[in-house]
Design a protein around this ligand. Sequence first.
Ligand SMILES: *[C@@H]1O[C@H](CO)[C@@H](O)[C@H](O)[C@H]1NC(C)=O
Ligand SMILES: *[C@@H]1O[C@H](CO)[C@@H](O)[C@H](O)[C@H]1NC(C)=O
Length: 348
Amino acid sequence: MAMTTATTASVGTRALLLALALALVAPGLAKNGHVSDPYPGLLPLASHRHARGRLPSHFDWRNVDGTNFVTADVNQHLPQYCGSCWVHGSVAQLNDRMKIIRRGAWPDAMVSRQAVVNCALNSDGVAPGCNGGEPWYVFGMMQNRTRTGQAGMPDESCQPYMARNMECSPVCTNCDPGTDTCFPVTSYVGYGVHSFWQVRGKRQVAREIYENGPVTCSFVSTEEFMYNYSTNAAANEGGVFIDDRKYPKSMVDHDIELAGWGVTDDGVEYWIGRNSWGTYWGENGWFKLKKGTLRMEEDCWAALPVFDDLEDYLSGKYLGSYDGLVQQEVQRDQRPKECHSHGAGAAF
Ligand SMILES: *[C@@H]1O[C@H](CO)[C@@H](O)[C@H](O)[C@H]1NC(C)=O
Ligand SMILES: *[C@@H]1O[C@H](CO)[C@@H](O)[C@H](O)[C@H]1NC(C)=O
């Protein structure tokens, strides 16, 4: 009995020490901006079922039968350090999924990372911005705006990335050469989210990537991954980063985009992912990580983007001017009668 009590006490003490240690370490771990904040309420479910059957042993959205379906690479930590990995991993997914759905057609959409940093709210209704967050903040905020008929998130041409916390409104601006002041642009191409859902586990994550496009996952980005990626990966066959150590959930601190997978000649299965630390990190900004390590495929998110504004713009419903989009039907109605009689082509 005394023995049991002693054991219980020591287990309790150890648990307490561990909790204290983690509490002390944890804030410093969120170096890249993933802060664990479970989705409130029931998790949104995918509106579709994944197909069955075998997946290829190698798949990569950067090269699908010779065609690239991913957009440009960026750095979350410029012009200053900012814990916005959750924005970067999520926006990269939306940009790439739009490119995939549009079969690579011009133009590549680039949702404004700064507008998302400013507008996405955590479960307390606060915009955490560079202090770290979750992918569902991004998709939830954009879905809310889509559902309530508000303007979507603009692209980078409305608001460049500043790597700091700013006001959500205005989301799109321009500056005036005469007065040297800037003004809000209220009519711009906005992007939204129809729905989003969680995917977990090697099989489901691969299925989701294959059927719908890249996903956004949280994982443990160790100091070795961050500072010594090249040393580790170069030492392994196929250039795969391998760290088989187990890490506690509390060390999950980074979000990235997964866009494919492969297997080495030695049979090591790996993910192909996009980081947001510039192209001078990893493999041109990307990485290969052994599957099932660093808690990679335990908490991934997928979303279905909405880009009606872009389609309308491209179809000629709008033309733009210095202070925003102008609906075109209005102008067509005002055209002289003879233009109509010659057809639209003759008017130009
Ligand atoms: C979406 O809107 C609902 C209702 O206003 C709100 O409760 C929820 O927090 C919003 N979700 C996000 C992720 O902003
Ligand atoms: C990075 O690699 C160098 C050289 O191999 C080594 O001395 C250092 O301890 C490593 N640092 C980490 C964080 O892995």
